[in-house]
Design a protein around this ligand. Sequence first.
Ligand code: FBP
Length: 272
Amino acid sequence: MKENTDSPIYRNGNSLILAYDHGTEHGPVDFEPMPESADPTHVFEVAKHDAVTAIALQKGNAEYYRNWQNKKGNNDSAPLLVKLNGNSSLAHREDYYSPKQCAVKYAVEELDAEAVGYTMYAGSTNEDKMWEDFRQVQEQARKYGVPVVMWSYPRGKGIEENPDYSGQKDPDVVAYGARLGLELGADMVKCKYPGNQEDWSQLEDNVGDLKTVMSGGSKRSDQEFLEDVYSTIEVGCNGLAVGRNIFQREDPHSLLDKLEAVIFEDESPENI
Ligand code: FBP
């Protein structure tokens, strides 16, 4: 098994992943607040900020990214994390499922991916199928020595119909999702923010040394967002995987400067 802890997606052990798979997951509606963000090259440029340790792209955009880099000689751009599965919000399904569109082999051999990512919907009636898909991804990722990041989003009938859970952001659900990242062999788990520091701390208590990142969520003010991020970092979180809170901003660089201080330089939002 190849070691993958020295991957370029980490900086001093932490990460800031710029997620840009929203065109798949939500569609162009996510680009409306900042129409320039519909142009992938606009976001590729944003990802050149020093704070960004990886850009997460679906296969088509990953190919676009590599071509853009080759054409423009953009050697200073962010490492590539290829998102291997994804689903649109157009389909009607009985329960959540996110099919694979890219193999680890293609991501690494053809796209030179520095990391791969996979969304897991534990709690869906399709959970068994997703575990099998993830098993293949995880074993291949080990073979190639690239870290695998699990977008661990428990959702679906098993969560909705369980009276013990209040929903996807129930702290027990979020902690369970994080724990699955550890149990199923991810190198990093990306989880929804359950709403406060104590609940994130519960998550950290259940994952040992597994790396964790908070999932950005919908856009909020700079201050609110930085406070949420800091509240997780203070209790052991390794950073952030964020999309809308960056590309829906007029000046993403200013927030990235501040996030860099919080995630990598141990600063609190009041001191920035
Ligand atoms: P945001 O920071 O914009 O929330 O992005 C994180 C992310 O995981 C994206 O990678 C993905 O497109 C999206 O959220 C999926 O969110 P959901 O499935 O909850 O709609």
